[in-house]
Design a protein around this ligand. Structure first.
Ligand code: F6R
Length: 640
């Protein structure tokens, strides 16, 4: 989703802004722009489409300015075009603003401003911010004071970068329930909505907290609360090695990330599971041993922020853990699907009721949590506005809170004292794959952890579960080794217009996730259903043109799932199964089998999703889709 960057120092600003924006590109965007101050004049260059379009403009103009702000936009108010791209200017064309988030009362403000004679060039909510700051500046003749006054008039969750032609030696930044970091270099400073973007230049970062304004110069940064009081905060150090964002020889990041899954699992397990005979511990051991991965490690983010990395983990006391009588999970999209499996894992191992809600559905409702509940927010990015807001609601009701994320430097990490960090490295492809598997792994570990603390499983059972979990990465490698068979099998269905996915129990969420992957990557319409629900309505869509993908593994729901698949077969649907190798019944009843190695039903969701990820990838690639950045999608969804 939207990204903010800024630079001021001795170098030419435009190339620095572009390289910062490149780091945020993976988050998804539809236009980009920069505002620079050149020879005392503010000038704006912006273009719809990919960053390359903006780069072209810059290379034609060759600006030598050394101060500027930049932005990648993901449209919320107004279509993605040049006019609606950020930065936006005030009417005097001396103040430029870039903005992430939403100004909820912008209609109201726009009306007021229009009455006062202000004119608008875009359909965005951002443009009103430029006008409001300008209006306040007219009165105050001081940028900081103008910004303090302006933020008092704005409602919503947002982050801003602001430059003014009258103050060419400064950049201003505002953070209201968002993320912004200032990177401090030698006689130069950087601004970014994700510290990843400044890491290539400096490892010294000051993070803005909620309701703060920053005044940035080449010498450093001053922070203020919205009431104008100065706030002192020491910079934190980032790992000095920038994340390496490269495809490692794969055609797409997505394929690379699917292939990284065995390693991701090994790393996440190594972090929290020393040995099958030892209890799971969420106070991460910095130097893992026992089952430490032997293969080269991914660039992990647990070293990312020295200060943060020391504090994460689960810090609830044994008494508190034993007293939990209800768990509420909130998440969106793929993380929601992982959470649906998490519910079944925890209920099975711990006998605690677990409710899972789509985070955006929590708004306006009373969450059923209290002081003896644990609310878990699951978010790979740790920046998803809906998830953060749902967790905040639970906090207000007195619930204990826990985050599961891949980003220990995220907003989520700041708002909960308990954090399980997955070890995926950066996930560049917009569609989540390796982070989904890591979230599932975190749930298996959490289930075992809670069961050990509460005594709901025996040490022998715990040891057996951990041993099975440790075996999963090798099984994943076996699936990935069959990639070319999965490609051949998948492409037979590349001309489908509708695909139905069904599964039961632990693999019902796998059906949801398989359908989500296929539709977001290939734009083929796909829906996932509980297999038993097929006959209650969805079966009406089936005919010989509709492939039905059934996830079916031996265990408690095998026969019932097979019966539901038969119902689809009787309607002439094209039958695809994800099933264990050598299953003769499946071979008899299905046209195509995407096979996985034999696995206990309880751990099967860690395997069954992988052929579905590959199937979606191969179909999307074959259809010529933008696999890593599907249309309309953003990696980090920071608006509600
Ligand atoms: C789908 C996908 C999204 C995210 C969702 C939540 O492939 O990636 O559905 O899962 O936007 O994002 P996070 O996990 O960052 O909160």
């Amino acid at each position: 989703m939207c990204g903010i960057v800024g630079y001021l120092g001795p170098a030419k600003a435009a190339p620095v802004l572009i390289s910062e924006l490149r780091c945020l590109e993976y988050r998804g965007y539809d236009s980009a722009g920069v505002a620079i101050i050149q020879d005392g004049q503010l000038s704006v260059l912006k273009a719809a489409g990919k960053l390359g379009n903006l780069e072209k403009l810059i290379s034609e103009r060759k600006p030598t300015a050394t101060v500027g702000i930049g932005h990648t936009r993901w449209a919320t108010h107004g279509v993605p075009n040049d006019q609606n791209a950020h930065p936006h200017l005030d009417n005097s064309k001396t103040i430029a603003v870039v903005h992430n988030g939403i100004i909820e009362n912008y209609e109201e403000i726009k009306e007021e401003l229009a009455k006062a004679g202000y004119t608008f060039e875009s359909d965005t909510d951002t443009e009103v911010v430029a006008h409001v700051i300008s209006q306040e500046y007219e009165k105050e003749q001081d940028m900081l004071k103008a910004i303090f006054k302006a933020v008092g008039r704005l409602r919503g969750a947002y982050a801003l970068g602001v430059v003014s032609q009258k103050h060419p030696d400064k950049i201003y930044a505002v953070n209201q329930h968002y993320s912004l970091s200032v990177g401090l270099g030698h006689n130069e400073s950087f601004l970014a909505s994700d510290s990843m973007a400044v890491r290539q230049y400096t490892n010294k970062v000051v993070r803005l907290e909620q309701s703060e304004v920053a005044e940035i110069t080449v010498d450093g940064v001053r922070l203020f609360a919205f009431d104008g009081k100065e706030v002192k905060r020491r910079p934190v150090s980032l790992d000095s090695n920038p994340y390496v964002i490269d495809k490692g020889g794969y055609k797409h990041f997505l394929l690379k990330e699917i292939h990284e899954q065995p390693l991701v699992l090994r790393q996440t397990l190594a972090k929290y599971l020393v040995h099958p005979t030892k209890p799971v511990s969420f106070i991460p051991h910095i130097t893992p041993h026992g089952n430490q991965p032997t293969s080269p490690s991914l660039p992990t983010n647990n070293e990312e922020d020295n200060l943060l990395s020391k504090s994460y983990g689960v810090h609830l006391t044994d008494m508190e853990l034993k007293g939990i009588d209800r768990i509420q999970v909130v998440a969106c999209g793929t993380a929601y699907h992982a959470s649906l499996i998490g519910k079944q894992i925890i209920e099975h191992l711990c006998n605690i009721p677990v409710a899972v809600d789509i985070a955006s559905e929590v708004r306006g409702r009373r969450l059923m949590v209290n002081e003896s509940s644990l609310t878990i927010a699951v978010s790979q990015s740790g920046e998803t506005a809906d998830t953060l807001s749902a967790l905040e609601s639970a906090k207000k009701l007195g619930s204990f809170t826990l985050g599961i994320t891949n980003r220990p430097d995220s907003h989520l990490a700041q708002i909960t004292p308990n954090l399980i960090v997955t070890e995926c490295g950066i996930e560049v492809s917009v569609a989540a794959t390796k982070t989904y598997l890591a979230q599932l792994t975190a749930f298996y570990l959490l289930g075992i952890f809670l069961a050990e603390k509460r005594g709901s499983i025996t040490p022998e059972q715990a040891k057996g579960l951990k041993t099975q979990l440790n075996a999963v990465p090798t099984l994943l490698e076996q699936i990935l080794a069959r990639e070319s068979d999965i490609r051949t099998a998948s492409l037979k269905y590349a001309d489908a217009h509708d695909v139905v996915f069904i599964g039961r129990g632990l693999n019902f969420p796998t059906a949801l996730e398989g359908a989500l992957k296929l539709k977001e990557l290939s734009y083929i319409h796909a829906s996932g259903y509980a297999a038993g629900e097929l006959k209650h309505g969805p079966i009406a869509v089936l005919d010989s043109k509709v492939p039905v993908v059934t996830i079916i593994v031996p265990g408690s729901v095998y026969e019932k799932t097979l019966s539901n698949a038969q119902e689809a077969r009787a309607r002439n649907a094209q039958m695809i199964a994800v099933a264990v190798e050598g299953d003769e019944l499946v071979a008899k009843h299905f046209d195509t089998v995407l096979s996985i190695p034999p696995v206990d039903e309880f751990f099967s969701p860690l395997l069954t999703v992988v052929p579905l990820q590959l199937m979606s990838y191969f179909i999307a690639d074959y259809l010529g889709k933008d696999v890593d950045q599907p249309r309309n999608l953003a990696k980090s969804v920071t608006v509600e």
